[in-house]
Design a protein around this ligand. Structure first.
Ligand code: C2E
Ligand code: MG
Ligand code: MG
Length: 567
């Protein structure tokens, strides 16, 4: 009976061995203590030890230090009690390189059922392991920046529970979409990589940072940290973005908007902790939106009011989709005045949106939204058609309003049908092209060669071109002499700063504009002092509340007649 049992055991073991063995198997036989008695060629080849070096040595000569003591204790427990062990082990070659094996260790038992020998059959699975590690890395890490992604958070939370306070920073790079559109995705990627580096430089080793996707990053602080520390980190981050990003030969300026939310965790259960931190991140996201609305390059803490603002954003998005078909847009006009003659020489058309639920929404709020959801193209076309139609009526009335200016979004300007749209609208309305001025921003013309062509074609049509908000874009001044521009509009912010060193910039722009024979217009003149200064600097034209706020089309003839009569 005993003989039969032994035989069965032996047959079973042989089956295990037969099953595990193939041409590429590493085979080792050890005694009951793990001392190697036999090693085949393949084992020597992979481990880089000679047979002489292996034989007489303990099996653990190939240990890598990767596995815990417990791991080997379990392995020994299994085989020393007469059972087969199967598993994956990370080993080390003689020259210090790591390799992975799948391992089958079969014990041979003596008549007392005690193991007297072990046979270990191993296969090199390093390639497969590396691949698996790579896949795992891909699941938890962002390939572009090498930062963890959203999935990396739970693992970090498990390891970092020092103190109860957590603070989430939610970051979004300002104008990233426009950088991508303007310079291409390759440059966008370089900026993200550099941004990741700079952000890491602002943090402690124990802080967590992840890229959530796109241009969004999240940072988590744990351990003891005060409110002061949160301000310090936020300021450090803003500073880290204050110097230009060097991408190939370009220097690109950008900034970041940061939302911050902080809280104390009460339940340390992993799932509770995850949901607590998830809420913090959501709140920080809301606060970030608030920082964006302040013009970016700033940070904001989460408050209840901000939650309400986010709701407004979603509501705006819902409502604006139907604004055009529901006839909720209207256009107002603001006079442009010649500073020498004090005459109205034209008007700028400005879009207004009146919504029954939201009231009148500012274009600074809804134009970026229209751009985001792609509706700027049909709305922009509607504006241009309505304005040209209106201007044609004024021209036909013999009012002598020199030109009507229409704002053109960079997205519109770069759209493939832009020129044909302008041509068609001019044909349709019969407006003399010289009466139409298109206001484009510096950012619209950063793709220099294409922009030069578009502007040239527009000029051939007879349309005038002005650069709006001049001085606030990314571009350098050197591009100006390559473009056929009629008017430079100095941004209102410089006029606002007239009492605080704004003069230098204004003087430079006026001087340069004159040298290039451009017409220079100052936007947002509100008082006599500003007007006097600009006149003194020989600025040609102005626009602002000093003369008139934007008014309804019906009010323009009266304003115009008053000014023409010198009132
Ligand atoms: P913008 O083209 O620079 O227009 C000038 C803005 O400054 C207008 O704001 C105008 O009302 C305001 N403004 C003029 N003078 C003064 C002043 O003395 N004081 C103050 N505080 N403000 C003054 P608005 O109408 O709110 O438009 C804001 C921006 O929205 C415009 O800036 C333009 O970039 C954009 N926008 C407006 N209408 C359109 C449009 O039809 N299409 C596109 N793409 N953008 C538009
Ligand atoms: Mg404008
Ligand atoms: Mg402007």
């Amino acid at each position: 009976m005993r003989y039969e049992t032994e035989l069965n055991h032996a047959l079973k073991r042989l089956k295990e061995i037969e099953f595990a063995l193939n041409e590429s198997s590493m085979v080792a036989i050890t005694d009951h203590r793990g001392v190697i008695q036999f090693a085949n060629d393949r084992f020597c080849e992979v481990s880089k030890y000679s047979r002489e070096e292996l034989i007489g040595n303990k099996q653990n000569v190939v240990n890598s230090g990767h596995h815990t003591k417990q791991f080997f204790a379990n392995l020994w427990k299994t085989i020393s009690s007469g059972n087969v062990w199967k598993g994956e082990i990370k080993n080390k070659t003689k020259d210090g390189k790591y390799y992975w094996v799948d391992s089958t260790i079969v014990p041979f038992l003596d008549e007392n059922g005690e193991p007297y020998q072990y046979i270990a059959i191993r296969h090199d699975i390093t390639k497969r392991k590396r691949y698996a590690e790579k896949i795992e890395r891909m699941a938890y890490f962002d390939a572009l920046t090498q930062l963890p992604n959203r999935n990396g958070l739970p693992a970090w939370l498990k390891e970092h529970m020092n103190g109860n306070r957590f603070t989430a920073f939610f970051l979004d790079i300002d104008r990233f979409k426009s950088i991508n559109d303007t310079f291409g995705h390759h440059i966008g990627d370089l900026i993200l990589q550099e941004a990741a580096k700079r952000l890491k430089g602002c943090l402690r080793k124990t802080d967590f940072i992840a890229r959530l996707g796109g241009d969004e990053f999240v940072i988590l602080l744990n351990e003891d940290h005060s409110m002061d520390h949160m301000h310090t980190v936020a300021t450090k981050i803003l500073q880290a973005f204050s110097f230009p990003f060097k991408c190939n030969s370009k220097q690109i300026y950008t900034s970041t908007s940061i939302g911050i939310s902080t809280g104390v965790v009460t339940n340390h259960e992993p799932s509770e902790l995850e949901s607590f931190v998830g809420t913090l991140i959501k709140q920080a996201d809301t606060a970030m939106y608030h920082a964006k609305k302040q013009g970016g390059n700033s940070y904001c803490f989460n408050t209840l009011e901000q939650n309400m603002e986010l709701e407004r954003f979603y509501q705006l998005e819902q409502e604006i989709k139907h604004a055009l078909t529901k006839d909720e847009f209207r256009i107002v006009y603001q006079p442009l005045v010649n500073l020498t003659s004090n005459q109205i020489v034209g008007a700028e058309a400005l879009l207004r949106w009146d919504n029954p639920k939201l009231g009148t929404v500012s274009p600074t709020e809804f134009i970026p939204l229209l751009e985001d959801i792609g509706l700027i193209i049909p709305v922009g076309r509607w504006v241009m058609r309505s304005v040209c139609h209106q201007m044609k009526q004024w021209v036909d009335l013999g009012m002598g309003i020199g030109r009507i200016a229409v704002n053109v979004s960079p997205i519109q300007f770069r759209h493939e049908h832009f020129i044909s749209d302008v041509r068609q609208i001019l044909n349709e309305t019969g407006l003399d092209p010289h009466c139409l001025e298109l206001e484009i921003t510096e950012n619209a013309i950063l793709h220099m060669d294409k922009s030069i062509k578009t502007i040239e074609t527009l000029k051939e049509l007879g349309v005038k071109i002005s650069i709006d908000d001049f001085g606030t874009g990314y571009s350098s001044l050197s591009y100006l002499n390559r473009l056929e521009i009629d008017t430079l509009k100095i941004d209102k912010s410089f006029i606002d700063d007239l009492n605080m060193d704004g003069e230098i910039i204004i003087d430079t722009i006026i001087h340069m504009g004159k040298n290039l024979t451009f017409n220079v217009l100052a936007e947002g003149i509100e008082n006599k002092e500003q007007l006097a200064y600009l006149k003194q600097q020989d600025c040609h034209e102005g626009q602002g509340y000093y003369w008139s706020k934007p008014v309804e089309a019906d009010d323009i003839p009266t304003l115009f007649l008053q000014k023409a009569a010198g009132v």
